[in-house]
Design a protein. Structure first.
Length: 65
């Protein structure tokens, strides 16, 4: 990510943004929606979400540039 973005600060902030999405999601699902069951599929979805978020960061950066 640092190689593509060209900035260690920008890439570290993007990683913080990706990791910060998990507590927010947990708050929404458990606190607001009341879903407490976590299965095997939920664990694998975390990797898919991280991949989509990283891809979105690259797309937004390329559109900005």
């Amino acid at each position: 990510m640092t190689f593509h973005l060209g900035s260690p600060f920008l890439s570290s902030m993007c990683m913080v943004l990706i990791c910060a999405s998990f507590p927010i999601t947990a708050l929404i699902t458990e606190g607001i929606l009341g879903v407490t069951y976590v299965g095997d599929l939920h664990s694998s979805i975390a990797f898919i979400v991280m991949g989509i978020a990283a891809d979105d960061i690259f797309v937004f950066y390329d559109a900005w540039r």
